[in-house]
Write a protein that binds this ligand. Structure first.
Ligand code: ATP
Ligand code: MG
Length: 421
């Protein structure tokens, strides 16, 4: 047996049934909000992630799967989706035809982290991005879409955290003041934060180390430094959320892991998964399109951790497997041949039908029909074939009727629609 690579999993039934349910629910909702799907590659030039995510981030410093391809090109398995979507938006000059674009994508991401529950090396994200809209209502709309998704998926006990990170005008003032504060306390910070204080000071705010947390309690707050535009942006987002009855919590430690965020940052957190408390995160990244060589174009987006979302919903213990409407219990060679034809014809007209080719006893076939949760069973043996009438059994009511075999597929469909009345 060849085992899996550490931190990489298979998703199979019943989990994959739940995953399909999540995927369908998200896609239907996003389509209603006017988002289109974008498919982006799994691999990109390493430079894309270095430039966008930032050299001094955990992802780029220690989590990327990077290799040199045979032609010498440094290649990386994508650790997140935003960079690739922005690259695609610029590369295809999508902004020229219509700068306002709304995209979603769902797929695997790769980060070499320490594997544990809710943290994998290949994990999945549901990602949504809006380009070309600087309005705070775009931020609010994404957050609303995210909360509707959580409601539809019956995800309970989550909290929406929000912070405002300022823009290119006001953030440098905060950074300076914050850096000065960090110099005062730097001797007592953890080794990681000592480094961060130099390279990526904001990250010190979300250090999981208790003493760093305490030490930064008195730090200057970004909210005191916001410029007029950022303040207005912030107030409009908050008001829009309040007007739509969305509860949120201000969290001035929410700085997000990536360099490119500006203005609004948000996260959905849960207590259900132990230390892995972030289910989704997002925010505005007005500078990224330009940074990657495109025009000056605002953007905002979010990424949901699919694996974590599925793990929370799985706690509700609902079976999302699709059950067959019909199971054909065929006894003997001749009947199996018939059952095969009927099942194919019924499947072709979208009636979920299963059959069995084993030639096992009726008892064993009925057991299988129960196991897979079939709503109805068609029983066909040599006797029925001779009488030209099969048995149609409703597995709930146990009622049985005859199905004439002059036109079995049509007659089975008729029996089903009579039942539905
Ligand atoms: P965390 O603080 O938990 O490491 P993050 O800030 O690195 O999260 P993002 O880059 O914002 O995560 O990604 C968005 C979401 O993707 C997270 O909220 C989380 O649900 C999920 N996620 C991130 N890394 C992993 C992972 N290694 N395994 C599973 N899910 C992950
Ligand atoms: Mg992380």
């Amino acid at each position: 047996m060849i085992p899996l690579i550490r931190g990489i999993r298979d998703i199979f039934p019943p989990d994959s049934d739940l995953w399909r349910h999540i995927k369908n629910t998200a896609e239907n909702l996003f389509q209603d909000f006017g988002f289109s799907e974008i498919l982006i590659p799994i691999m990109e030039k390493t430079e894309l992630f270095k430039r966008s995510i930032g050299e001094q981030t955990d992802i780029v410093e220690k989590e990327m799967y990077t290799f040199t391809d045979r032609d010498g090109e440094s290649t990386t398995l994508r650790p997140e989706a935003t960079a690739s979507i922005v690259r695609s938006y610029i590369f295809h000059k999508m902004y020229a035809e219509d700068p306002i674009r709304k995209f979603y994508t769902i797929g695997p991401m790769f980060r070499r982290e320490r594997p544990q529950k809710g943290r994998y090396r290949q994990f999945y994200q549901i990602d949504a991005e809006i380009f070309g809209q600087s309005s705070p209502y775009a931020d609010a709309q994404l957050i609303i879409m995210l909360t509707i998704l959580m409601d539809r998926l019956e995800v309970k006990d989550t909290t929406l955290h929000i912070n405002f990170l300022g823009c290119f005008k006001c953030r440098p003032d905060f950074n300076n003041s914050f850096k000065k504060f960090l110099i005062k306390i730097s001797d007592n910070l953890c080794e990681n934060c000592k480094k961060r204080a130099e390279t990526n000071p904001l990250r010190v705010l979300d250090c999981k180390n208790e003493s760093c947390f305490q030490l930064t309690a008195e730090a200057p707050q970004i909210s005191e430094f916001l410029c007029k535009e950022c303040k207005e942006h912030f107030e409009t987002v908050c008001k829009a959320l309040k007007n739509t009855n969305i509860k949120f919590q201000m969290n001035d430690r929410l700085v997000r892991g990536l360099d490119y965020y500006t203005k609004t940052a948000f996260e959905i957190q849960t207590d259900a998964l132990g230390a892995q408390n972030a289910v989704a995160g997002g925010g505005r990244y007005d500078g990224l399109v330009k940074l990657l060589g495109g025009p000056d174009m605002p953007a905002v987006g979010f990424a949901i951790g699919f694996d974590r979302l599925a793990e929370i919903i799985a706690l509700n213990n609902i079976n999302y497997a699709q059950k067959p409407e019909i199971f054909i219990a065929a006894l003997g060679k001749k009947c199996i041949k018939e059952a095969f034809l009927w099942a194919s014809a019924l499947n072709a007209v979208r009636i979920k039908t299963e059959t069995e080719f084993s030639g096992k006893s009726l008892k064993s076939l009925m057991r299988r029909a129960c196991k897979i949760g079939a709503s109805n069973v068609i029983i066909i043996g040599d006797q029925e074939l001779e009488k030209k009438e099969a048995v149609f059994r409703d597995m709930n009511t146990k009622e049985q009727i005859g199905i004439k075999l002059d036109n079995p597929v049509k007659n089975i469909m008729e029996a089903l629609s009579k039942k539905a009345l």
